[in-house]
Design a protein around this ligand. Structure first.
Ligand code: ASP
Length: 684
């Protein structure tokens, strides 16, 4: 955001003449300092804003919210204890599960530090410095260069900034673009790579209600788990952590949700939004839906197969249902129509102001480009879906790409294949073996191939899936790890059918990548011009779209009306969990929980609550704190009517779903007898 625009907002805010809507806005730490302190106080913030974020040091309580493998999490003790969602640590449970020792089903509690379970791949990043690098990134773009050249030059500059930043010992850096390139910020974090599982409830609690209740309210899910971060073999001592609140929350209370929202698309034009709907969310709902069916079918008689596909199935289910929710929400909320009306308004406003002539032209250009990309959109979707689909193909295409990237100088490689990424990539390739179950993979592959052939008959005509799975060594862990270090020539010499297919696909995947980069180069030029007009016309702070960077949303505990004649209260209790109990998955409360619940008035034990926070995917595990910065809960989901808030915030239905910290403490105390942990949380 340009400083000039911000100063104007700050002035408006100070004059008290701008209204912010409810919980709308995933604010950056810098923006928090620019919001009206009187407004924040009125909302319920009891701490000075400088406690949340100290601009001099570039840190504050907000930095107790950390990123854990694409989810959010919060430090909750001085000894590196981290609280996040059960579904965010699911991979670690899977890593340590066997049919004879099924931690997914039974849960896990480390009674001593020695019993904590290390994870091969989980990493935590803690932010420590944010620097505006907009000028440097923009200056890198060659004057008069085409869009591909522009993208490459800006990309190279960002890589150089990251490399410079990572010269500091232990630093992990990235450049994040805000508002499509209106602002670029270099974010320095440090990474903790020794993360050990401390506690996870049984799946029947952590995922109570399963796919039936996912994205739904009323909810009764204990979606939380704990890990501990270690540094040099010792528990890590965080600079900030969230103490547990003594009192819980009630309707109307102020809460803040801190975390790392992944991606929203509110800054897109209405035409671009329609493309997202038709070529991203819609195929996700149908294609992933079919893959889920195929995987379930292929594993129905195999407990080992079910463990293998558990994590993949979970994320496909989540994405498919999310896709359906986006489609339903867009229709119900008429979001794209509203965006269209709003941009017409901005276009008219800008048309009368010569200084925004570039904005008007940029908006038209964005729409023209969206129309041009539509022709290839379904094929592009299938290229991207390789990452979420058949592992054999994902691995083979990755190995082929890796071999061709590794011969280039580091700074010229695709970002994912730079030296700094290779240890991660290798870990991932190793870990994915746990998720491989051939009958399921083969079924999904066959489906992908059928769809792909319908779009493109050229490169896969004589490929026989069954034979390829019989002959390939890509799916053999030891062989694959050997392939990880091999050159293109060595890979070719293997005459492995899966690699051969990947070699034939490579030129297409490269062409797709170049088209995407060219498009991105154009968008980096056009979107900022358009957004300047949108923001200036709004005359108040506008939070940028989510981009997996640290944000905070200010909200209140609040119910909502999902449809005519129905009102939802914002809190559920243990009694509701018992009411849903049928003894059949996913509504089978474990006996230990039933016994503990029988000794008390379950209607007095809060379980989940709603707030009107502005959240999205990636906010899972976000600490939810009260106005004093004390932990009252843990975000884990949104309600069905609010899934499409990725396209726009609708105060009527914008509700996020949280685990109440009181339930967590009850479970640890009355069911698990986890005295040590309770002591550490200051809640014995
Ligand atoms: N369940 C989501 C996540 O995994 C949160 C959301 O989409 O609201 O991040």
């Amino acid at each position: 955001m340009s400083t000039r625009i911000w100063m104007k907002w700050a002035a408006l805010a100070a004059a008290g003449c701008m209204a912010l809507t409810g919980g709308e806005g995933k604010w950056t730490p810098q923006q928090v300092l620019e919001l009206d302190p009187a407004w924040l106080k009125k909302e319920g913030l009891a701490l000075p804003v400088s406690r949340l974020w100290d601009p001099r040091r570039g840190t504050g309580l907000l930095a107790a919210a950390v990123n854990i493998g694409g989810c959010s999490a919060g430090f909750v003790s001085a000894s590196g204890l981290i609280l996040t969602n059960h579904h965010c640590l699911f991979g670690v449970l899977q890593e340590h599960s066997r049919p004879q020792r099924d931690l997914i089903t039974n849960g896990f509690l480390a009674r001593t530090r020695e019993e904590e379970l290390p994870s091969k791949t989980t990493r935590v990043t803690v932010p420590r410095k944010f620097t505006d690098v907009t000028k440097q990134v923009e200056a890198a773009a060659p004057a008069g260069g085409d869009d591909l050249a522009r993208n490459k030059a800006m990309d190279a500059k960002q890589k150089a900034l990251v490399a410079e930043c990572e010269k500091t010992a232990g630093a992990r850096c990235r450049v994040a673009a805000f508002d499509g390139g209106l602002q670029y910020v270099l974010i320095e974090s440090f990474e903790l790579s020794d993360i050990r599982l401390v506690y996870a409830p049984p799946r029947a609690i952590g995922e109570y209600g399963g796919e039936i209740d996912n994205w739904m309210w009323p909810r009764h899910t204990g979606d939380f788990a704990m890990a501990r971060a270690y540094k040099d073999g010792q528990p890590y001592v965080p600079e900030f952590y969230f103490p547990i609140a003594r009192d819980g929350v009630k309707t109307g209370d102020f809460v803040m949700v801190l975390g790392y929202p992944g991606r929203t698309v509110r800054a897109l034009t209405a035409d671009e939004m329609a493309d997202q709907r038709d070529y991203f969310y819609s195929p996700r709902a149908t294609v992933y839906g079919e893959w889920i069916r195929l995987m379930e079918e292929a594993t129905k008689d195999s407990p080992a197969g079910q463990i293998a596909v558990a994590a993949t199935l979970k994320s496909l289910n989540n994405a498919a249902k999310n896709g359906q929710g986006q489609l339903a929400g867009l229709k119900r909320g008429r979001t794209i129509e509203k965006q269209k009306a709003h941009e017409d308004l901005v276009m008219t406003w800008a048309a009368g102001r010569p200084e925004f002539a570039a904005a008007v032209e940029a908006k038209r250009d964005l729409d023209r480009r969206a129309a041009a990309r539509r022709k290839m959109a379904m094929r592009d979707f299938l290229y991207q879906a390789i990452q979420n689909g058949p592992l054999a193909l994902k691995q083979a295409t990755t190995l082929v790409r890796l071999a061709s990237e590794r011969v280039k100088p580091d700074m010229e490689r695709d970002t994912d294949y730079m030296e700094r990424e290779l240890p991660r990539l290798r870990d991932r390739m190793e870990r994915e073996q746990k998720s491989f179950y051939r009958p399921a993979d083969e079924a999904v592959f066959t489906d992908w191939m059928t769809r792909f052939r319908a779009q493109n008959a050229t490169c896969s005509d004589n490929f026989v899936v069954k034979t390829a799975y019989e002959q390939t060594r890509v799916t053999d862990l030891q062989e694959r790890l050997k392939m990880f270090g091999e050159s293109t020539e060595q890979l070719r010499a293997r005459h492995d059918p899966m690699l051969e297919l990947a070699f034939r696909l490579e030129p297409e995947l490269r062409a797709f990548q170049t088209a995407t980069k060219t498009h991105d180069g154009a968008v980096a030029r056009l979107r900022p011009a358009w957004r300047k007009a949108v923001i200036a016309q709004a005359g108040k702070p506008v939070a940028p779209d989510a981009n997996s960077t640290l944000r905070v949303s200010f909200a209140h505990v609040k119910g909502y009306a999902p449809r005519d004649g129905v009102i939802y209260t914002p809190q559920t209790t243990l009694a509701g969990m018992l009411e849903k109990h049928t003894g059949e998955e996913p509504f089978a409360v474990p006996p230990a929980v039933l016994n503990a619940a029988a000794r008390m008035d379950a209607s007095k034990m809060p379980l989940n609550f709603l707030a009107d926070a502005d959240t999205t995917g990636g906010n899972s595990g976000s600490p939810v704190v009260n106005g004093r910065g004390e932990l009252v809960g843990l975000n884990f989901d949104r309600v069905w009517e609010n899934v499409a808030n990725d396209f726009g915030y609708n105060p009527e239905v914008a509700r996020n779903v949280n685990v109440d910290v009181r339930f967590l403490l009850w479970l640890l105390r009355d069911v698990e007898k986890a005295e040590g942990l309770l002591g550490e949380l200051g809640a014995r």
